[in-house]
Design a protein around this ligand. Structure first.
Ligand code: FMN
Length: 258
């Protein structure tokens, strides 16, 4: 395998792992300002800046998120953020500019904007994650908070043209999980065209299956982690994810059919 280049940024990225236990220490004001500003510097589709963040400081709301996500450590995170895709602010701006935001020509509510706003939010979240990790903090991204989207919308008073994307918990790590293996690069990177031969997948996933099986998951240290193929098959029929989709987008004013 070709040797990798190293610098501080690369090493932060290569050592990234999810942290799910935090020391009971708040982040300094400078740290908060730094990671929030780093998030703001992420790229933004057509410069619409169409994402916002709820910084969750109120313990009752933290508890509610932990309950929704079914993950108690969420309530103990020193810093907790919920990223939302946000065309509300842009709608207000456009309306002030005289745009008829109730007319058919108003496209901030349509699927392209929705998906690009989601991309923007994810890029910003990832910038925040990397910035936090570069300062010695640990993070975990939280899709589990989407288990009850209507409750999130109510909890954070999310207006029309906003939709929750992901949460992130950040703090000083109180655990040292092993790096989780990644599949061989050849399985994810194709030269010029996609290789859709199923035999290619089956042949090349075998080594990764074994590597994943030997990973020691701190969440359940006494149970061997299933091989990747078994994990994937289980997730392929996990109906709990149906709650986490875009079913509530129409109620938030979006028209994702166009
Ligand atoms: C979009 C997204 C949602 C995630 N949601 C959760 C979550 O709700 N709870 C959790 O404990 N980890 C969550 N994770 C973390 C993944 O489980 C983790 O990244 C993955 O198992 C790989 O492990 P690593 O981050 O330690 O490399 C999420 C990660 C991503 C990218």
């Amino acid at each position: 395998m070709t040797a990798l280049l190293h610098n501080e940024t690369i090493d932060v990225l290569l050592n990234r792992r999810s942290i799910r236990a935090f020391r009971d220490e708040p982040l300094s004001e400078e740290t908060v300002a730094t990671i929030e500003t780093a998030a703001q510097h992420a790229a933004s589709s057509q410069y619409l800046n169409d994402w916002s963040v709820i910084r969750v400081t109120d313990q009752e709301r933290k508890d509610a998120l932990a309950e929704i996500g079914g993950q108690p450590y969420i309530a103990t995170a020193p810093a907790l953020y919920v990223f939302v895709l946000d065309e509300y602010r842009n709608m207000v701006i456009a309306r002030e500019q005289g745009v008829d935001v109730d007319g058919d020509a108003f496209t901030l509510k349509n699927s392209y904007r929705f998906s690009q706003a989601q991309n923007d939010a994810v890029l910003a979240l990832h910038a925040m994650e990397t910035a936090a990790e570069s300062l010695g903090l640990g993070c975990v991204i939280l899709g589990s908070i989407l288990n009850d989207i209507p409750r999130l919308i109510e909890l954070f008073e999310l207006p029309k043209y906003t939709y929750p994307v992901l949460g992130i918990a950040i703090g000083k790590p109180a655990q040292e999980p092993a790096l989780k293996p990644r599949m061989g690069r050849g399985l994810q990177f194709f030269d010029d065209v996609y290789n859709s031969d199923p035999a290619f997948v089956t042949r090349n996933i075998a080594v990764f299956n074994d590597e994943v099986h030997t990973y020691h998951d701190l969440r359940d240290p006494n149970t061997p982690v299933p091989t990747y193929d078994v994990q994937t098959a289980n997730k392929a029929t996990d109906t709990s994810v149906l709650e986490r989709g875009f079913d509530h987008a129409a109620a938030q004013g979006f028209d994702l059919d166009h």
